[in-house]
Design a protein around this ligand. Sequence first.
Ligand code: ADP
Ligand code: MG
Length: 439
Amino acid sequence: MDHQTLWNKVLDELENKYDTETFDEVFKNLKPNAIKNGYLELICSSSFIKTRINKYYLNEIDKLINENTDKLTKAKILEENEIKKEIVKLVVKLAKRNLNANYNFNSFVVGQSNRFAYQMALKVADQPGMVANPFYIFGSVGLGKTHLMQAIGNYILDNDVNRKVLYVKASEFIEDYTKKCNGSFKEEDFNEKYRNLDILLIDDIQTLEIGIKSQLEFFKIFDILYQDNKQMVITSDRPAKELKIMERLVTRFEEGLVVDIQAPNLDHRINIISKKLEENGITTIDKDVLNYIASNFTNNIREIEGAVTRLVNYCDACNLEINIDNAKEALAILVSKSNRNRASSNDYYTEIIGVVADFYNISYDDIIGNKRQSNIVIARQIAMYVLKNKYGLAYKKIGSLFNGKDHTTVMSSVAKIEKDYKVNQELKLAVDTIFKKVE
Ligand code: ADP
Ligand code: MG
């Protein structure tokens, strides 16, 4: 039986049961809305009527409902604006369906490494299309690019649910485009998805490197949206000029505002950990625990999150207090994995060498090679010094990373930098900067 029929029956009986005055005042204007989750929802016009029904008449209504249906249904009285709020909530939820609700500005912890990106993102969200177009965010994995990008989308929709916001990964765009080409995604639907927009958030644009045709298609869309002053936000794992894509796209990206996000420093990591613990309902926390996590998970916020989640679940499951000993126990596996990832793979060391080479603006081949130009030699010696000093690698091992150089060569290089560091200001500055970069 539908809600209207059921209610009509109940209403008839209520009319017989109560005097006209009560009936007109209390029941007559109730509107059945739906039968949902075992409730017949009835909408009334005021909170006064709602209270009155709940207090005096609800049992009677429930009884009549049950006499008229074989299911166990109860009445629920709702005010009109409660329904409206529900509907608004639903509409917002629908508009945000491809955004993660947790990725908002409030949950984004700001520090030196992301402050500028954050501030500009807020401005862009506040005045889409007016501040910077496109807004290009780059940085390594796990540092908050997707979070910040989706925060823009969530913010815009919170202010105006009618804005059309599309969040897509570049890989999804390529898939859609491929489907359009083979006919399984209708052209008009494709255009509806990508052109009928107010805001386009496109994540991990470096994925476009693999497809020249997709780049062309994206260029078209970009231009259309750009002409219409529609906001575009792009993320990437590297600066636009390092993307191996069409030059004109690179140029377009560079014409907007480019911001980068770096790895968080120690204080920032501590703030992030505190915030994540807070989100898990833990507000007072031992400083040692914070320090322990912050110094063992250093390069990636996703890793930090994983550590916090594990710690919380572990202590919860075993009914343990969160203190330094329990934290060490809970995180042992993750810590050794994180260290292994960082410290034992040659990839990691070659990356360090790469950082030094970049710093001196020389090529990787040169830094590990045999050229004797003075800047190349210094870069090479510093790289060796960093590997010894920060990672305690054996001289022999370091030698093997530099085209199999002899361990005595490595030893004297390290000793030289050690000595010069104390007396040469310029060199000290360079070494300190490099240490910060590889932190
Ligand atoms: P990226 O897209 O750069 O790889 P994500 O945006 O996916 O990184 O971030 C990885 C995880 O770390 C997410 O769960 C995100 O919420 C969290 N995160 C990143 N940056 C911050 C931050 N500044 N404050 C709080 N959480 C962050
Ligand atoms: Mg991402």
